[in-house]
Ligand binder design. Sequence first.
Ligand SMILES: C[S@@+](CC[C@H](N)C(=O)[O-])C[C@H]1O[C@@H](n2cnc3c(N)ncnc32)[C@H](O)[C@@H]1O
Length: 281
Amino acid sequence: MSDLISLLLIGTGITALLLLGWWLFIASEGVYLGRWVVILLYDWFAARYDGIKHYHREYEEMYLAKPVMEAIAPQCDPLVLDVATGTGRMPLALARHENFKGHTIGVDLSRKMLAQAAKNIYPYESATFMWCPAETLPFADNTFDVVTCLEALEFMTNPAEVVKEMVRVLRPGGLLLTSQRINTKLMPGKTWTSGQLQEVLKEAGLVEAKAQIWQVDYRKVWGRKTGMSEPVGAKPLEGILECPWCEKSLMRREGNDWLCDNCKGKAFVGKDGVIELYPLY
Ligand SMILES: C[S@@+](CC[C@H](N)C(=O)[O-])C[C@H]1O[C@@H](n2cnc3c(N)ncnc32)[C@H](O)[C@@H]1O
């Protein structure tokens, strides 16, 4: 009898541990274990990510590229920053839009997701990918016409700071598109209610914030940075990429690398074309 109870207890313990592991690593994608675990998991799943997500070209066009292009019309050549770009969903949707003449910079901390993004974007040349954290974007204030960040804020350690950082690099009057996770069951404390989200956006300096039905797990959230300014338009990276190490000078391209003349910091470019600003040493 006591052997049976012991077996039952051991079985229950093992099941509980398995469930906890499933919740921590799979269901909540590592968010309770810190940034490094989140990124490690994305690195592991990068090759399978698109297969799991099943993005449909027509839906991406209809629900992402088209509304962005309509919101910024008549501008066709926006300079876009896609934060936590993953496998390049947003850059690809824009590249495929018939009127898009702009350029998208996609940043992410998972090098393997970026490698996949570089593959996905081929043969379009309207995107550049950079290995860099969302928390410290290497661009001056007011650099971009559009900043996007989809299905990613809930994975950040301090999402409100990331929103502020995105708004910082957005030009006055520029467009922000992000997402609100609405399937919150498995991520308690990591998602925002609509009220909390409105507060965060207002605090960051956004106006006209509105949420829109989109996918089962997410709403799209739109906003504009307060103020007005002329469109920036697509421009070469050489004029906008700041040194992430000294933060005092623009980086310049030399051969296959990016150099800072001030602190002599150097960023390498991978064989896939991804600019490696991370690790920041
Ligand atoms: C669910 S995926 C979304 C990818 C893409 N935006 C999409 O909609 O398909 C979340 C992405 O956020 C990235 N990520 C998480 N934390 C990050 C951080 N602190 N800085 C940059 N990227 C981050 C992950 O590497 C991953 O690629």
